[in-house]
Design a binder for this molecule. Structure first.
Ligand SMILES: [Ca+2]
Ligand SMILES: [Ca+2]
Length: 165
C-alpha cells in the first residue's frame, strides 16, 4: 500500500496561507513571545554607559534622578520590555524600554527618594525576561558580556540625614 498523499485542496490551502500577508500579520501578533527562540540572531539589550545620579549627594526627601542609556547591541530588533530599579531586592520603580532596532539607543530616567544612609540601586533591563538574549551565533563577539549577563548595572549613593535640628 502506498502512503496516501494529502488532499490536493488542503495542500494548496496550506501553501497559500504561508505566503499570505494575513499569515505574516498573525505571526507578528501571536508569535512575538517565542519567535526569538527559533532564530540564531537575537536582540541584546545592554547599558551603553553606567547609571548616573542627580544629585550625586542627595539629602533625605530630595528627589534623586537616576539615568541610563539602553542600547540594543544584538543582531535583531528588540520588542518593548520592562526595566526596574531595585534596592535590597525590592523594586522601587519600573517602566518600559521601547522597542529598539539594532544599535539603537534610548535614554531612561527614574526618580526616587530614600531614607538616610548608604544605598545601592540596581537597574535591571528586561526585568521579566521577555526577550531571549542568549547569543548562539558563533560569529557574535562580545567584549563586555553576553546576552542575559549584561542586563544589570548599579550605583551607590549616600543619602544625607536632614541638616540642622
Ligand atoms: Ca542583554
Ligand atoms: Ca532577557
Amino acid at each position: 500500500m502506498a502512503t496516501p498523499l494529502p488532499p490536493p485542496e488542503l495542500h494548496m490551502y496550506h501553501s497559500t496561507l504561508i505566503v499570505s500577508a494575513g499569515f505574516a500579520a498573525f505571526l507578528a501578533l501571536a508569535g512575538c513571545g517565542n519567535s526569538d527562540d527559533k532564530e540564531s540572531l537575537r536582540p541584546d539589550l545592554a547599558f551603553s554607559a553606567g547609571v548616573s545620579a542627580t544629585p550625586i549627594d542627595p539629602a533625605v526627601g530630595q528627589p534623586i534622578t537616576l539615568g541610563w542609556t539602553v542600547v540594543n547591541r544584538g543582531q535583531k530588533d528588540s520588542k518593548a520590555c520592562t526595566w526596574r530599579v531595585l534596592s535590597n531586592g525590592v523594586t522601587l520603580v519600573e517602566g518600559t524600554i521601547a522597542a529598539l532596532q539594532t544599535d539603537q539607543t534610548t535614554v531612561i530616567t527614574a526618580t526616587i527618594t530614600d531614607t538616610p544612609g548608604y544605598h545601592t540601586y540596581t537597574v535591571l533591563l528586561d526585568a521579566t525576561n521577555l526577550i531571549n538574549e542568549d547569543q548562539p551565533s558563533v560569529a557574535y563577539q562580545d567584549p563586555v558580556g553576553v546576552g542575559e549577563a549584561n542586563n544589570s548595572a548599579a550605583i551607590s549613593l549616600v543619602v544625607a540625614a536632614a541638616s540642622g535640628g
